[in-house]
Design a binder for this molecule. Structure first.
Ligand code: TXA
Ligand code: MG
Length: 311
């Protein structure tokens, strides 16, 4: 075990916090079974306590200790997509503190694929509660330096390089009467629908009660962001930056490229870093190119919709 990993395991065991890479975004972790440790996550992020956390595990077999896994669809989904960017919501067991689930009777479980996350979770041996390692409401971190910039140099951060997926995991609830998609991600609506037969995709306003963290405005840069087809765009004045997709970046304008070739995985992987770089460029506004509403495009649009200036 590397010295950094040893130090991280030691901190978790002592009830402290560790930031670690996953294939989606970096997480800010604490021992999921210790309320005092979990409370520090909410403190560090400035996160409201009504917003529940995902519990990360090393092995599918560990899920049984934290949740009722008797639904056969759980085993099928875990077999198909774990380790990977899918979070599954099940009925919780009493060992999971109310602070983790914000008092709800359900718990969100995820087995990440990133080798550093796997090494940490295996060495620690218990579930690790971890939200994305950003200040509440800000853009999720996809590199170790994003974490340090938002949460401070004193934090123990395992550096696993840039995240390969770049968007937070798909969240699927099996605790509802029918499987329900609570957050779009790299395991797409199309794929889940095919596998499960039925899949409920709730309207935006009912999402807020089903998944307390899914407020409308979230993932936001400080600079006002608009879609290119927004009626307010022609009236924008000052320095305007472009978030480009499917075309070369324009000359003579500050721009960040999601994918010149129009590749949705590449765009997802770059989205948060691109928003950060435009946000740091001293712009008056950011205008985002249209993204197709299919497969990973749905997840990208979901994040951009929460980041833009509401109508
Ligand atoms: O990819 C990811 O999922 C990353 C990495 C670190 O694993 N984590 C992440 O966590 O995005 P966070 O806390 O930023 O988002 C978790 C979302 C929140 O919107 C929260 O409301 C929802 O999951 N959630 C957690 N537990 C839930 C539950 N029991 N019922 C409904 N929604 C839940
Ligand atoms: Mg988050």
């Amino acid at each position: 075990m590397s010295a950094a990993l040893q130090e991280a395991v030691h901190r978790l065991s002592a009830g402290g916090l560790v930031a670690f890479p996953t294939e989606t975004v970096y997480g800010l972790g604490a021992d999921a079974t210790k309320p005092a440790a979990v409370a520090q996550i909410f403190e560090a992020k400035g996160r409201p306590r009504f917003d529940p956390l995902i519990v990360h595990i090393a092995e599918t077999a560990q899920a049984e200790a934290y949740a009722d896994t008797s639904d056969p669809r759980f085993a099928e989904l875990a077999e198909a997509y774990w380790p990977g960017p899918l979070t599954i919501i099940l009925k919780k067991r009493p060992i999971i503190p109310d602070l983790v689930t914000a008092g709800q009777p359900t718990v969100a479980l995820r087995r990440p694929r990133h080798p550093v996350a796997q090494a940490l979770l295996s060495a620690f041996g218990r579930g690790v509660a971890a939200p994305s390692a950003n200040r509440f409401g800000q853009v999720s971190p996809t590199r170790a330096e994003h974490v340090r910039a938002q949460l401070g140099e004193a934090l123990c951060v395992l550096d696993g390089g840039p995240c390969a997926v770049g968007l937070e995991s798909t969240i699927l609830s099996l605790a509802t009467p029918e499987p329900t998609l609570l957050r779009p991600g790299a395991i797409t609506e199309e794929a889940l629908r095919k596998r499960l037969g039925t899949l409920i995709v709730p309207a935006e306003d009912s999402l807020r009660t089903l998944s307390p963290g899914r407020q409308t405005r979230h993932y936001a840069p400080q600079t006002p962001l608009y879609f290119a087809d927004d009626a307010r765009v022609p009236a924008l004045r000052g320095k305007i930056g472009a978030l480009c997709f499917g075309r070369p970046a324009p000359a003579g304008q500050v721009a960040a490229q999601l994918s010149e070739a129009g590749d949705l995985s590449e765009a997802a992987q770059r989205l948060f870093a691109a928003m950060r770089s435009l946000d740091a460029a001293g712009l008056d506004a950011i205008v985002a190119d249209p993204i197709p509403a299919r497969e990973l495009g749905r997840a990208i649009l979901d994040r951009l919709n929460r980041a833009r200036v509401p109508e």
